[in-house]
Design a protein around this ligand. Structure first.
Ligand SMILES: Cc1ncc(C[n+]2csc(CCOP(=O)(O)OP(=O)(O)O)c2C)c(N)n1
Length: 667
């Protein structure tokens, strides 16, 4: 394929720019004073947090990001004094900081041992929370525990009658999916209690909320003047709550037992069960192993819903991939296409975990079992659960497998095993067919995403085979959107299932920040961030964080010169209007969403601007390529680099690439 709009094409691959570790970037380590320095209320808050094992290691944070405004001087002062900034990764803005926190949580709690580390975001009430709102979408959509530590102008602002410029601040947070606890405490009668003795109980309440299932971000909002007061409080010790379903509440225990018994009975004689997994599986102890065993025992088709993490063995015979979201009834259509006779929804409802679109997802007449720690999931999105199991999904699934085994006739296992073989064969055949289709595009100019995907997967496989890396140490954050499909296909095709392959939870374009959070949670790991040029437009600030903090993420930018996904949506709208194929294509080519113009940002040059002060050398490795034969060498240079790296590949849009004679010509 050729295009008139491809700019200059260097004949030989450009030499990659230097890739050195910027070890001299950080200033000398600040001295930590774990006991505090100034006796402020803010110090009591920070000391209470860092001594809790979910938030810190006693001296510093596991991960704290954010960005300050005018109202939390005492909080940042306390962070610096007490921790010496240990665990702090400064967010260049609140949006990026929120995405980083999301990535950190996803990676830090992915080992199947449950929630081990909770990130903290320190923000400014007036503006910071608003700037972070798009990043909160990552956190709330994935039901991630994250503590927001918000500094508020408080009394000062109220004196001017301009409290946060939002009349209902808790309501604003609530609408964004965030519960909040405030200090001073807003008493029932509308008075503000400023009793310092109530500060740490309020903090404890926020910590308990963020540590408890169902997980979600929780804000603790502290007025500046209170943070700055000196009540000389002793830091509080806060207990971690038990998982839902593991406590010693007899009534809850027998309700759980009853629910599991009914679910097991329903499953025992089904022919075509389907398992829909959500992200709760990833962060619940034992849930993944139990889900895999359940799938084997009942011969289920397994799909991921809002489940971007590696929450299931992608090499398992039952694995059918992630559901896709586009039209409102997509999930329903895909599930109906499998003709299930029962659907088990694990860890949250669908099609949308947080803001339901009102569609049940499970086709009419098919019984559904919903397992979730969130009681509102029983009826969310109009899903009428035949059985609802209210518990941590690891606890529930582990019990459920045992109960199904006890209830089921032995001959059923033979049937289930045969069905699994058939599911695996079907999936393998369609994967092979897709890969065969990619082969035709290997030499395309502009470069086809499948060429990049094949080179990347091959390079990782080669390095794993010759011992240069362990696949278990590799994470891919995939926000390549319309360029994404071949990446996961090649990872599966080449048997690289051990890679932590994380599809974006969307719709926020936050991969840059989230991948930095991955790296912060796994400093020795190899993190590859796949993203588009549209995504890059929103995330420039993450380059700053990567360079300053020396977070050596490999950013692989697939630059198709347009907003293909948005264009696809425009084409869909044309289809819904009843327009012809030709008209749908024209609708998708709308400029500038699909510009493919001659002038664009050479981001490889851009990140070359991050230099060591002493020598003026770039600290951010980079390369910019346009030719298919450059892809392999550039990917190797990227993987060989020790610091942050940006590889920008000028690629084709797979749906709306301007064809010769149509679309935009040279400017
Ligand atoms: C923060 C944010 N703003 C706007 C959007 C709307 N949006 C969805 S996809 C998209 C374009 C993405 O373009 P690109 O990353 O190049 O991927 P492509 O669609 O070309 O595959 C935009 C702007 C969004 N998801 N997130």
């Amino acid at each position: 394929m050729t295009s008139r709009v491809v700019p200059s094409k260097p004949a030989t691959p450009p030499a990659p720019r230097p890739t050195t570790r910027n070890t001299d970037v950080k200033p000398a380590q600040l001295e930590a004073s774990p006991g505090g320095k100034r006796g402020t209320a803010a110090e009591a808050v920070i000391r209470t947090l860092v001594q809790h094992p979910l938030f810190g290691d006693g001296t510093g944070f596991h991960f704290l990001s954010g960005n300050t405004g005018s109202n939390e001087g005492p909080i940042w002062q306390a962070i610096q004094d007490i921790t010496g900034l240990k665990g702090v990764v400064h967010g260049p803005n609140e949006f990026i900081a929120a995405c980083m926190a999301s990535g950190f949580e996803a990676m830090a709690n992915a080992a199947g041992e449950g929630v081990r580390k909770i990130p903290i975001l320190a923000l400014h009430a007036q503006i910071g929370v608003k700037y972070a709102a798009a990043g909160f979408d990552f956190l709330t959509r994935q039901r991630q525990p994250c503590l927001l530590l918000v500094g508020d102008a408080g009394r000062l602002a109220r004196q001017y009658g301009g409290h946060n410029s939002v009349p209902d601040y808790p309501g604003l947070l609530g609408a964004l999916g965030i519960k909040s606890v405030h200090f001073p405490v807003d008493d029932e009668d509308g008075a503000w209690s400023r009793d310092p003795g109530r500060l740490l109980p309020a903090l404890k309440a926020a910590m308990a909320a963020v540590m408890s299932e169902p997980y979600a971000p929780v804000a603790f909002i502290l007025d500046e003047d209170m943070a700055n007061s000196r009540p000389r409080l002793t830091p509080a010790v806060v207990a971690s709550p038990p998982l839902r379903g593991s406590g010693d509440d007899d009534e809850a225990g027998s309700r759980l037992e009853d629910g599991i018994a009914r679910a097991a009975t329903l499953l025992a004689d089904k022919e075509r069960p389907m398992l829909v997994l959500n992200q709760e599986v990833g962060r619940s102890p034992g849930a993944r192993a139990a889900a895999e065993e359940l799938a084997t025992v009942i011969g289920a088709r397994v799909v991921g819903c809002y489940a971007p993490g590696t929450l299931f063995d992608r090499g398992h015979e039952s694995w059918c991939g992630n559901l896709s979201f586009g039209d409102a009834n997509d999930v329903e259509k895909q599930i109906a296409g499998c003709k299930p006779d029962v659907v088990v929804v694990v860890g949250g409802p669908f099609p949308n975990n947080v803001w339901p679109n009102g569609r049940a997802g499970v086709p009419e007449g098919v019984p559904a079992i919903v397992i979730s720690p969130d009681p509102s999931d029983e009826t969310r999105v109009n899903l009428k659960a035949s059985v609802f199991v209210w518990a941590n999904v690891g606890i529930a699934l582990t019990d459920l497998v045992e109960q199904v085994k006890q209830r089921r006739a032995p001959a059923r296992q033979t049937v289930a095993s045969a069905r699994l073989k058939q599911i695996a064969q079907e999936n393998r055949a369609s994967l092979e067919a897709r890969v065969a289709g990619y082969v035709n595009h290997m030499d395309d100019i502009p470069i086809h995403p499948s060429r990049i995907a094949r080179e990347l997967a091959t390079a990782l496989k080669t390095r794993a085979e010759d011992g240069r890396l362990r696949l278990e140490d590799v994470a891919i954050f995939d926000e390549a959107l319309t360029s994404s499909a071949p990446f996961l296909d090649y990872v599966e095709h080449l048997g690289l299932g051990a890679i932590f392959y994380y599809g974006t939870p969307g719709p926020t374009l936050g991969a840059f920040g989230a991948s930095l959070g991955f790296q912060a949670a796994n400093p020795g790991g190899l993190v590859i961030s796949l993203l588009g040029d549209g995504g890059a437009d929103f995330n420039d600030g993450a380059f700053i964080a990567a360079a300053r903090e020396n977070l050596p993420v490999k950013h692989l930018l697939i630059d198709n010169g347009g907003y293909e996904l948005v264009s696809l949506n425009f084409a869909r709208d044309a289809r819904l209007r009843g327009e012809s194929q030709e008209q749908q294509f024209e609708a998708g080519c709308v400029v500038p969403l699909h510009s493919q113009g001659l002038i664009h940002q050479n981001r490889a040059l851009q990140v070359g601007g991050f230099v060591r002060r002493a020598a003026g050398e770039p600290v951010f490795g980079s390369a910019y390529i346009e030719q298919p034969e450059q892809v392999g060498p550039a990917i190797n240079a990227m993987l060989d680099s020790t610091g942050p790296f940006l590889l920008q590949v000028i690629a084709q849009g797979t749906h709306f690439q301007p064809k010769p004679g149509r679309g935009r010509g040279p400017l």
